[in-house]
Design a protein around this ligand. Structure first.
Ligand code: ATP
Length: 347
């Protein structure tokens, strides 16, 4: 078996003057759940449409199980797509919506019934076969759309913001269900979203994109804890991103203070950016902290308070804490070396 099911090699797409994708390289393993994540217009959908065969690349290759498939039409690819607007057939019931592709392939009734029943079970819609699709909730309709795509037994399923139309609670439920489903069927999922939390929740690997280029590919933990640059750090979560200068090994200078860090591989005197996540700053007694500052605002966020603190160098720090502090209070702050992440400065 090939090591990779999908390989994108130097994939470039131009629409007139606009370069939507620039030399994308990506290798996806069988059974992986890979998410393309980035802001609107970064090229996620274009990448997906090229993999599906709905759009031709201007340059570069799409490789499926080791073979170039640039010229293969969508219906000849072992790849199916689920769009946000999933366009179920309103005049058909749930069973017939799922069976549609199988009927086109002229499968026998027995086989169709067996495959559709298996799908209904997989997407938790047993007993819904005879229901009209309009009588289903948004989440249930989305499950029918997924069943309709999976029943054809594709090797790869492409999903373009499939949960975008659902409310937050349902979306969170469906995220876990989809991930579960993907693990059970063992099909490669390539998923598009601009929602970083969704990407972190579901993916084996996340591909962070910006302006037609890949910024970073990594596990959710990698991209959250070890972002390669300011764009990724900023897009993936909240953080204090500060300018710094590398001093000797394991030391970084921010303003006039030196912090110990764990990152290696930076030159002495190199100008860098430093990320400290708000949950990684500990509040301590004012006299005992590495830093001292005055609380400027406190916002209750449910699981924690989000506070802004101005330190003695006039630098502002965002902190997530479960401790109640008051505006105007002077506090101490500690940051462990592990929590100080150094990034290359770009531009
Ligand atoms: P969104 O999250 O808003 O869907 P996206 O990351 O999926 O955004 P794409 O839809 O891939 O981004 O678009 C990438 C860029 O290419 C955008 O600037 C878009 O305007 C442009 N683009 C996409 N399709 C076309 C087209 N058919 N003709 C011209 N420009 C296009």
């Amino acid at each position: 078996m090939e090591e990779y099911i999908i390989e994108l090699s130097h994939l470039t797409k131009r629409f007139m003057e606009k370069e939507a994708l620039c030399e994308i390289d990506l290798k996806i393993k069988p059974k992986e759940f890979v998410t393309l994540l980035g802001p609107s217009g970064c090229g996620k959908t274009t990448t997906l449409r090229i993999i599906g065969g709905f759009e031709e690349p201007t340059a570069g290759d799409v490789i499926f199980e080791g073979k170039k498939i640039n010229d293969l039409p969508p219906y000849q690819r072992q790849i199916n797509t689920v769009f946000q607007k999933y366009a179920l057939f309103p005049h058909l019931n749930v069973f017939e919506n799922i069976a549609f592709g199988l009927r086109l392939k002229k499968l026998g009734q027995g086989e169709i019934e067996e495959k559709v029943s298996r799908m209904l079970k997989l997407v938790n819609l047993e007993g819904f076969g005879k229901r009209k699709v309009q009588s289903l909730s948004g989440g249930q309709q989305q499950r029918v759309a997924i069943a309709r795509a999976l029943v054809n037994e594709p090797k790869v399923l492409l999903l373009d913001e499939p949960l975008g139309a659902l409310d937050l609670k349902l979306r969170k439920e469906m995220q876990l269900e989809l991930k579960n489903m993907q693990q059970r069927v063992g099909i490669t999922f390539i998923y598009v979203t601009h929602d970083q939390e969704e990407a972190l929740t579901m993916s084996d690997r996340v591909v962070v994109m910006s302006e037609g280029e890949i910024q970073q590919i990594g596990t959710p933990e990698d991209i959250y804890n070890e972002p390669v640059n300011r764009f990724v750090a900023d897009f993936i979560g909240e953080g204090n991103i500060l300018d710094g200068v590398m001093a000797e090994d394991f030391k970084v200078k921010i303003e006039d203070r030196t912090f110990t860090c764990m990152d290696k591989g930076f030159a002495s005197n190199e100008i860098v950016e430093v990320l400290v996540r708000p949950e990684d700053i500990q509040i301590v007694e004012a006299q005992k902290g590495m830093l001292k500052g005055v609380v400027e605002s406190v916002v209750f966020k449910g699981v924690h308070y989000e506070i802004l603190v101005r330190d003695e160098s006039e630098m502002s720090w965002m902190i997530h804490t479960i401790h109640m502090v008051k505006v105007g209070q002077t506090i101490g702050m500690d940051i462990v070396p592990d929590a100080i992440h150094i990034m290359k400065k770009v531009g």
